[in-house]
Design a protein. Structure first.
Length: 344
């Protein structure tokens, strides 16, 4: 049976489900009209649904002194998800924050091979991935399943990758802190940081209301919330974060390590996404796989802010707090070209 590329993604699954819509992933390159030279800058982009890549080629050519044409088109389910995967996987080759990458011929070949491989995975798994999108809103009340070698191996794989992901996250935070410490006050490294300002905002301080008017607060705990969460019943040893000798490294060297860590994080995230969909498919609507994993429903009542505001507008206004503008620094997730050098 041919895979259903136009995945049945229900509107009530939220924004994330749009990532599962089918489309075409493309790799475009530039060619100089005068010399015929083709450059190593590659655009990795998408068109959704049945739109044609040729239309995007036309858009990019407008006002461009070079000819832009696609070197590879790949029709795939979850086209936006696959595009994001490639963008993160090749972060060290990305030119600024956009969709252009500096890829040698061999790197471009590897990227196309990765896209093709994952497209085949998506074609096989798309229905499982669809179901995963709404798993926490779906009832899991079916009979318990017995432990099996397949289920145990799958759970152990997920737990192992989660431990790897946690260690990677700690490493990324360490590298990020080190880069910001070196680069924040040195204009030579400005290209390594993305600076943004959080605007002043006004928000309701429910925490303070609960402390000072407990009974009143609790009388508006009327909004019902329900969700399902998966819980593993076995553990794997915690993976230690690899020790990094950062003291004598330059900001550029730290940033290169950070981008490598970013790519590793994406690889782990993608593998976990696929494996979690496999586990859900194996379980179906079962409440648990005995001794390995279970689904639990959490029902609770939360504070109904809209109702409280309508009933007590004066008190509501007393608990509105205004935050000050705040400047934030974030390590960029693309290569630095400030020195005129390209990644190798």
């Amino acid at each position: 049976m041919e895979p259903n590329l136009e995945a049945d993604v229900s509107d009530d699954l939220g924004v994330a489900s749009k990532e599962l819509v089918a489309g075409t992933l493309y790799f475009m390159k530039e060619t100089d009209y005068l010399t015929g030279e083709t450059f190593d800058y590659v655009k990795i982009g998408i068109v959704k649904g049945e739109k044609e890549v040729a239309a995007r080629e036309k858009d990019h050519r407008t006002g461009n002194p070079r000819r832009i044409s696609s070197v590879k088109d790949i029709a795939t389910p979850a086209v936006q998800k696959l595009e994001t995967h490639l963008h993160n996987l090749y972060a060290k080759n990305r030119v600024s924050s956009g969709e252009w990458f500096y890829l040698s011929s061999s790197e471009l070949e590897q990227a196309i091979e990765e896209a093709t491989t994952q497209k085949e995975v998506l074609e096989k798994k798309i229905q499982n991935l669809n179901n995963l999108q709404s798993a926490n809103k779906t009832q899991h009340l079916g009979p318990s399943l017995p432990e099996s070698p397949e289920a145990k191996a799958l759970v152990e794989q997920i737990l192992f990758l989660e431990a790897e992901e946690s260690a990677n996250s700690r490493q990324k935070k360490e590298l990020s802190a080190a880069i910001i410490d070196l680069a924040s006050d040195d204009p030579r490294y400005a290209s390594l940081l993305q600076v943004s300002t959080t605007k002043a905002s006004t928000r309701f301080d429910g925490t303070n209301l609960r402390k000072t008017h407990k009974e009143l607060y609790e009388s508006f705990m009327t909004k019902e919330s329900s969700s399902w969460a998966r819980k593993f019943l076995i553990e794997v040893p915690k993976k230690e974060t690899e020790s990094l000798e950062l003291e004598n490294l330059s900001a550029e060297a730290l940033h290169a390590l950070y981008l490598d860590s970013w790519a590793q994080a994406e690889n782990l995230k993608w593998k976990l996404w696929i494996l979690e969909s496999d586990l859900l498919a194996l379980m179906g609507d079962a409440s648990e796989i005995s001794g390995l994993v279970e689904w639990k429903e959490t029902k609770k009542k939360v504070f109904n802010g809209d109702s409280f505001k309508a009933s007590h507008p004066e008190i509501y206004s007393q608990f509105m707090n205004e935050s000050e503008p705040k400047q934030n620094q974030k390590v960029v997730e693309w290569a630095s070209y400030s020195a005129g050098s390209l990644p190798v």
